[in-house]
Design a protein around this ligand. Structure first.
Ligand code: PHB
Length: 378
C-alpha cells in the first residue's frame, strides 16, 4: 500500500518519501497471496505500471468450492460478468519497486527506530535511524501508516481514540510453493473432514497449496510427502488425480486472524492496509483491501493538495471502513464455511453441509459469493 500510494502521489506531482524497515531483497523474497480484484488491477493500470501484469497474469473466470463429494463451481463470468486476476503480490511489489527511480519516488530501506510525532498538529514528522546509524527527521504534511499489523502507526494513535475488534482462529494455514503445474486451471477451496485445503497457483507452472493445521503444529512434522498425501485426501478424488507433486521451494505456517481498528485517520496520520485491519486469507482479500484503502486515501490527499479540499481527508476513515467491514464479513463467513473448528458440534457441521448444499443449487447464493469474491465496488 505504501508503494502504490507513493506512486499515486508522484503521479499528481505531490512529494512522497517511503521509509521502509526491511531491505528490498527481503521484501522480494516474501511469498504473499496472488488473487487480484479488478479494482486492484485498475489502480495499477491507472499508473501505467501494469505492463508485465497484463502480459503474465492469469485471468480466472471462476473458482471452486469442494465439499468432499463434489466441486461447486462459482462461475464469476456468468454470475457477475467479472473475473479475478492471478498474479503474485510479490511480483506486483517488484513492478512498483522497479518504477520508483523513473517516477522519482524515493524509498529509504532498512531504517529502524521509526517514531511518529505531532500527528494531531498540522506539522507532523517522523524520526528514524538509517542503515548507517545516523538519526533523521522527516517533516511532512501527512504521514500514511502502511506498516502492517505490528507497525508503529496504529500504536501512535491513542487506544481510546478508536476501537479494536478481533477474532483469532484456532488453526493456521500450512502453505507450500512448488514448481509443478496446478492440479486444476482454477482455485479450489475444499472443506474436508480432516480440515480445509486450498489449491492455488502463481502461474501455469508454479502451484501454491495450503492445508489447515492446528496452531501448535511444527514445520518439521510436515515433510513434503506428508503434505502432498494430506492435500490429495482433502482436495478429493478428482483434483487428487491431477495433482503433480514436486519439492517445495517454500513452506510456512500462517495464523489466521480477523482484526479491525475503526479509526483509520487520526489528525494527519492515515492508516492503510494491515496496520488497520487483518482478514483471514480465505477469500484473498488482504492485498485487495490495502489497495482499496489506497484508492480512498490517494483521492483524498489529491483533493487536499490540488483542490485545497480538506473534507475528503476527514471522510477517509468512514469511506474505507465501510468497505473494510464488508470484506471482513466475507472473509470470516468463507472461513467459517470451509474450516473445521475444534469446538464445532455435529450441529455446526450439519450447518456447513447444508449451506454448501444450498450454495450448490442456488444461483442467488452463488451470485452473492461471486460479487464478494471479485470485489465490491469502491
Ligand atoms: C494464494 O494463492 O496464495 C491464495 C489464493 C487464494 C486465497 C488465499 C491465498 O484465498
Amino acid at each position: 500500500s505504501g508503494l502504490l500510494l507513493g506512486h499515486f502521489m508522484r503521479a499528481s506531482g505531490i512529494d512522497a518519501v517511503i521509509v521502509e524497515r526491511a531491505s528490498a531483497h527481503h521484501i522480494l523474497g516474501r511469498i504473499r497471496a496472488g488473487v487480484l480484484e479488478k479494482t486492484t488491477v485498475d489502480l495499477v493500470e491507472r499508473l501505467g505500471l501494469d505492463v508485465r501484469l497484463q502480459a503474465e497474469a492469469l485471468c480466472h473466470d471462476g473458482f471452486n468450492l469442494a465439499d468432499g463429494e463434489r466441486l461447486i463451481r462459482i462461475d464469476l463470468a456468468d454470475l457477475v460478468d467479472k473475473h479475478v486476476t492471478v498474479y503474485g503480490q510479490t511480483e506486483l511489489t517488484r513492478d512498483l519497486m522497479d518504477a520508483c527511480d523513473e517516477r522519482d519516488l524515493e524509498v529509504i530501506y532498512e531504517v529502524s527506530e521509526v517514531a511518529i510525532h505531532d500527528h494531531l498538529t498540522d506539522n507532523p514528522y517522523l524520526t528514524y535511524t538509517s542503515k548507517d546509524g545516523s538519526a533523521h527527521r522527516l517533516d511532512a504534511e501527512f504521514i500514511c501508516g502502511c506498516d502492517g499489523f505490528h507497525g508503529v502507526s496504529r500504536q501512535a494513535i491513542k487506544a481510546k481514540a478508536g476501537n479494536s475488534f478481533e477474532r483469532v482462529y484456532p488453526f493456521g494455514w500450512l502453505g507450500i510453493l512448488a514448481d509443478v503445474p496446478p492440479c486444476d486451471p482454477e482455485l479450489i477451496y475444499a472443506n474436508h473432514s480432516n480440515g480445509f485445503a486450498l489449491a492455488s497457483m502463481r502461474s501455469t507452472s508454479r502451484s501454491r497449496y495450503y492445508i489447515q493445521v492446528p496452531l501448535n503444529e511444527a514445520l518439521e512434522d510436515w515433510p513434503d510427502e506428508r503434505f502432498w498425501d494430506e492435500l490429495a485426501v482433502r482436495l478429493g478424488p478428482g483434483p487428487a488425480e491431477n495433482l503433480v507433486r514436486g519439492p517445495s521451494i517454500e513452506k510456512s505456517i500462517a495464523p489466521l486472524r480477523s482484526f479491525v481498528f475503526d479509526r483509520m485517520r487520526d489528525g494527519r496520520l492515515l492508516l492503510l492496509g494491515d496496520s488497520a485491519h487483518i482478514v483471514p486469507p480465505t477469500g484473498a482479500k488482504g492485498l485487495n483491501l490495502a489497495a482499496s484503502d489506497v484508492h480512498y486515501a490517494s483521492s483524498a490527499l489529491v483533493d487536499f493538495f490540488l483542490k485545497n479540499d480538506r473534507e475528503a481527508v476527514g471522510d477517509y476513515s468512514r469511506k474505507a471502513l465501510s468497505r473494510v467491514w464488508k470484506s471482513e464479513r466475507f472473509s470470516w463467513s468463507l472461513t467459517k464455511l470451509m474450516h473445521r473448528f475444534p469446538d464445532d458440534t455435529p450441529f455446526e457441521r450439519e450447518m456447513q453441509r447444508a449451506e454448501l448444499d444450498y450454495i450448490s443449487a442456488s444461483r442467488a447464493a452463488q451470485t452473492s459469493i461471486a460479487e464478494n469474491y471479485v470485489g465490491l465496488p469502491v
